[in-house]
Design a protein around this ligand. Structure first.
Ligand code: 1HE
Length: 264
């Protein structure tokens, strides 16, 4: 995606910054946003170079689908060793996104399959429009998950469901995806972005240190034995509490200058 070398090239990934919210769009609709190494690298670069002013990212896909997964044309001649290196590159990119500074909201529609679901499962919040369908067609293609899905999708829905989806090719629709934990919200067609913006505003109003702790400490604690998890939690709690921003926010509540918790 080196536009400098080829001015006619269509950018593989679009970046739009509007105040604290950046919208990143996979932009290969003619290939259903299939993920080539160039797309993965460009995505990683977008996240790595976000300005400090950005506090939330919304990630979407151009065209009729979020993503058709791995660009299968890259596999037709690759060796096993190239395959393992490709997986490692996906892991690096997705870890940078998952364990970064800014929360990421996915707006899903159409196909969210294979590597597309592996990418979506690295993000923090998933909003699925009604047209969304989730699938793991690796078995049909004679391959296996290779973008972290056997870890991340399994953490979301459990290994029994992943096994069934992979063995049978069961395609999960938006409603079922919501029920089993693949999506946090389902919206009517065309309303995913509106919902994501509304969520983004709320997330951007949190203390950045709290958001950082949620992204980085929670998943770590989930993998720790209880005694370690509790200690990690206590350390993180004391770091956040000690920050001047926390003092100001807590005083604002006590002095009735801050909002109350209210049902939606
Ligand atoms: C692709 C890809 C792709 C489309 N790699 N080129 N993923 C899959 O097994 C899903 C494969 N894709 C599909 O099942 C369908 O394309 C969709 C259901 C997603 C969309 O259907 P449709 O009718 O809208 O589009 P299409 O006509 O199938 O595709 C349009 C073009 O995109 C066509 O190319 P063209 O040159 O003929 O125009 C397709 O070949 C191309 N295309 N999907 C390459 N995935 C890190 S390991 C992860 C492992 C996996 O992700 S395995 C799952 C791979």
């Amino acid at each position: 995606n080196n536009v400098a070398n080829n001015p006619d090239a269509q950018p593989l990934v679009l970046l739009d910054i509007d105040g604290p919210v950046a919208t990143i769009t996979l932009n290969r609709p003619e290939k259903r946003n299939a993920l080539s190494m160039a797309v993965i690298h460009r995505l990683e670069e977008c996240f790595a170079t976000l300005p400090e002013s950005v506090r939330v990212v919304i990630l979407a896909g151009a065209g009729e689908h979020f993503s058709a997964g791995l660009d299968l044309s890259t596999l037709s001649e690759s060796t096993s060793f190239e395959g393992i290196q490709q997986s490692m590159a996906w892991y690096d990119a997705f870890a940078r996104i998952q364990f970064g500074r800014v929360p990421v909201i996915a707006v899903l529609h159409g196909a969210v399959v294979g590597g597309g679901l592996e990418l979506a499962s690295s993000l923090h919040i998933r909003v699925a429009e009604e047209s969304t369908y989730f699938g793991l067609p690796e078995g049909q293609r004679g391959i296996f998950l290779g973008g972290g899905g056997s870890v991340r999708v399994t953490k979301l829905i459990g290994f029994s469901r992943v096994t069934e989806m992979m063995l049978t090719g069961h395609v999960v629709d938006a409603t079922e995806g919501h029920a089993i934990g693949l999506a946090h919200y389902v919206t009517p067609a065309g309303e995913g972005m509106k919902k994501a913006r509304e969520l983004a505003e709320r997330i951007a109003s949190n203390a950045p240190l709290s958001n950082f702790a949620i992204l980085n400490a929670l998943p770590l604690i989930a993998e720790q034995p209880m005694s370690h998890g509790l200690m990690t939690e206590a350390l993180m709690a004391s770091v956040t509490q000690g920050a001047p921003e926390a003092k100001e926010r807590i005083n604002a509540f006590l002095q009735k200058r801050a909002g109350k918790v209210a049902p939606a």
